[in-house]
Design a protein around this ligand. Structure first.
Ligand SMILES: CC(=O)SCCNC(=O)CCNC(=O)[C@H](O)C(C)(C)COP(=O)(O)OP(=O)(O)OC[C@H]1O[C@@H](n2cnc3c(N)ncnc32)[C@H](O)[C@@H]1OP(=O)(O)O
Length: 405
């Protein structure tokens, strides 16, 4: 049987691609406003389609964005919108799309959110952040008193957007796992059509101002009313809290936990470095659940390993196997520290042996090399190599994915 053709997407394909994605993600009919939001971010020249008799039956997409990694900010392919029509599944269409995409990507790393865990490891992707989800019983948790006399104020996202962008961009370079946002991405973040609120309030924007009046933090959140036998039982759903200072973070969370008529506060996407985990007087009442977060794939190994910084001086030979991007396979000498790094081919004997996926898991500093070795996913060949790599690849702040793209 001849293979169905695979090719770059064009602007003419966009309606058919949207139709396919709506179908495969079991989504309701998008409104014109939602279509426009998707269209603004869509980069057809970075997307691939498979067609059958001219009809689009498979798709994978890439968004051009940057990702913060330990000590640096790198170009990272943000892979998304992977889908194959129900009638064409389990015939290898996705596999062809993802392999072709990996062959073409110019970025040193690629990241994605997996709709289902088993799909991506076979392509060299691995979970690189621990996702922490919180379901907080807000009346059972107390936070410390405010550490400065600032104030919170609500406004519209349109009016406050310049301040939101300023706060986000001040924090982002220091938060491994966070993605750059251009104007179109910000429009998507604050997009809030009434038909998608499902009984909740509009998205609210709350800014914290320090005693000098400077905006040092913001929260995006909404509330859903609820009533139980004992009275009010509403839920606050927090989209994100971003703060440049601990004082702003504390003040915003004190505010969110005290919204009248609510008893639960949910935050779906944070990580192990979330300060609330240390601030709450009753941490168990935060309802923390751990899951797999952002998946990462090393695409161009020497560029990726030289592109981040290392917490302790490192000089190790790593033998890597990559069945898909053959150029990554081989022995590489990695040297570096907190100021820079080099990664070059070598014929020296290996200190460590790793699959491309295991190295990707360790890349953002959130998965310990020693834990990967303990699971048998990575092997140390010389004395102390696993310990040295564990210290060097680790980072002082755990990576976190805070936005599904
Ligand atoms: C980054 C993102 O966009 S995440 C979103 C991914 N998309 C979705 O979840 C939408 C709904 N699902 C789909 O559209 C399709 O089922 C896809 C894209 C997940 C898979 O497409 P297919 O063309 O059927 O995949 P393909 O035939 O290449 O399968 C390759 C292998 O992955 C496995 N696989 C595919 N999908 C899944 C899954 N959902 N769960 C577990 N294994 C899977 C297949 O069994 C196959 O394994 P094998 O080689 O051992 O037989």
């Amino acid at each position: 049987m001849t293979e169905l053709p695979i090719r770059e997407c064009t602007t003419d394909d966009i309606p058919a691609v949207h139709q396919l994605l709506q179908e495969v993600f079991l989504s309701p009919d998008p409104t014109d406003a939602r279509r426009e939001i998707y269209r603004a971010n869509y980069e057809p020249e970075r997307c691939l389609v498979v067609t059958d008799e001219g009809a689009v039956i498979g798709h994978t997409g890439t968004f051009t964005r940057q990702l913060s990694v330990p000590g640096a900010v790198l170009a990272a392919a943000h892979v998304s919108q992977v889908g194959v029509r129900h009638t064409h599944r389990r015939q290898g269409v996705m596999s062809r799309l993802l392999r072709e995409q990996l062959a073409q990507l110019p970025e040193p790393i690629a990241v994605l959110w997996a709709s289902e865990g088993p799909i991506y490891p076979r392509f060299g992707y691995a979970p690189a952040t621990d996702q922490v989800s919180l379901t907080i019983r807000s009346r059972e948790v107390r936070l410390p008193e405010p550490s400065e006399p600032g104030r919170v104020a609500n406004g519209t996202s349109a009016d406050l957007l310049p301040e939101l962008v300023g706060i986000y961009d001040a924090v982002r370079p220091h938060r491994p796992g966070w993605s750059s946002r251009d104007e179109a991405w910000w429009r998507r973040i604050v997009f809030d059509p009434p038909e998608e609120r499902h009984g909740a309030t509009p998205l609210k924007t709350t800014v914290y101002r320090d005693p000098s009046g400077a905006a040092t933090g913001y929260a995006l959140w909404r509330a859903t009313p609820g009533w139980g036998q004992t009275g009010p039982d509403g839920t606050v759903t927090v989209k994100e809290v971003v703060a440049t200072t601990p004082a702003a973070h504390l003040a915003l969370w004190r505010f969110l936990l005290s919204i009248d008529l609510t008893r639960t506060v949910q935050l779906r996407l944070t990580g192990p470095s979330e300060p609330l985990l240390r601030l709450a007087d009753a941490p168990n009442q935060l309802g923390a659940v751990l899951g797999a977060g952002l998946y990462l794939r090393i695409v161009d190994l020497p560029a990726a390993l030289a592109g981040r910084r290392y917490a302790t001086p490192v000089d190790l030979v790593i033998e890597v196997t990559d069945p898909i991007r053959a150029g990554n396979s081989g022995r590489w000498r990695l040297t570096g520290d907190t100021t820079g790094a080099r990664c070059e081919p070598t014929t020296d004997p290996a200190d460590l042996h790793s699959s491309i996926a295991a190295l990707g898991a360790a890349y953002l500093g959130g998965v310990r090399v020693a834990d990967l070795a303990g699971a048998g996913l990575l092997t140390g060949h010389t004395h102390g190599a696993v310990a040295a790599a564990t210290a060097a690849f680790g980072w002082h702040r755990a990576p976190e994915g805070i936005e599904i793209f």
